[in-house]
Design a protein around this ligand. Structure first.
Ligand SMILES: [Zn+2]
Length: 231
């Protein structure tokens, strides 16, 4: 039974809708490229306020989805440790590079869209993935839940694995939810999904063994953030 089921989408941002707000509708039709370029630049500068830099050729929609994930994490952490979402994110993660990669993530047997293996410095997002052993375009490659999931991996890294360890010690081993299945095994996927559901408030019930998952996260989050923010 799926006890960490992640409802999609619950966030007021969409990775596919229009985000070109700089001009009125009439002027937009006249200057679509300018509008798009300005919009991308705005997202880049907003991400900098969270300590997030980017590299690679990001599309607006993908970058905006990543931004929505970063902002959701910042907002949630700020509720617990105070201050702004930007400061809470920066304090916890210091500095992050979101790298766009034109190519496939992982091996042919993986269902991988992104990885945080290069953390503490870099989270990589890929343009393609292996769909039943066929290389396919990921459409869309990034949504905000994917970004939050990868940030969850990064959060564990920042706590030097203590987030994982505490989850395992509590007996939480239910990896349903975000839905990375094949090739995504192990305790770290559990914590990344746990983190995602916590940020989005999408727990649907107690975990296996009746663990109160929101309560477990609330009890420990400040301790983990303190660990994460300690150099
Ligand atoms: Zn993962």
């Amino acid at each position: 039974m799926n006890t960490l089921l992640l409802a999609l989408p619950v966030f007021p941002f969409s990775s596919t809708s229009e985000h070109k707000l700089e001009f009125s509708c009439s002027s937009y039709t006249t200057f679509p490229k300018l509008s798009s370029a300005i919009a991308l630049g705005q997202v880049v500068s907003r991400l900098r306020r969270y300590g997030v830099r980017i590299s690679g050729k990001w599309s607006f929609d993908n970058l905006f989805a990543a931004f929505a994930g970063v902002d959701a994490v910042g907002q949630k952490l700020a509720q617990k440790i105070g201050g702004s979402a930007q400061d809470a994110f920066k304090e916890t993660f210091t500095s992050v590079n979101f790298q766009w990669v034109d190519g496939a993530c992982g091996a042919q047997t993986d269902r991988c869209y992104a990885d945080a293996k290069s953390f503490p410095n870099t989270i990589k997002f890929y343009s393609k993935w292996w769909a039943t052993n066929t290389l396919a375009l990921a459409t869309p490659p990034v949504d905000f839940t994917l970004a939050i999931h990868e940030i969850g991996h990064a959060f564990n890294s920042r706590t030097i694995g203590i987030f994982n360890q505490d989850v395992a010690n509590r007996g939480i081993n239910d990896k349903t939810g975000f839905g990375l299945t094949v090739g995504a095994k192990g305790q770290s996927e559990v914590t990344a999904d746990l983190f995602t559901n916590y940020v989005l408030g999408t727990f649907t019930g107690p975990g296996l063994g009746g663990v109160n998952l929101p309560g477990f996260m609330d009890t420990n989050i400040v301790t983990w953030v303190n660990l994460a923010s300690t150099p």
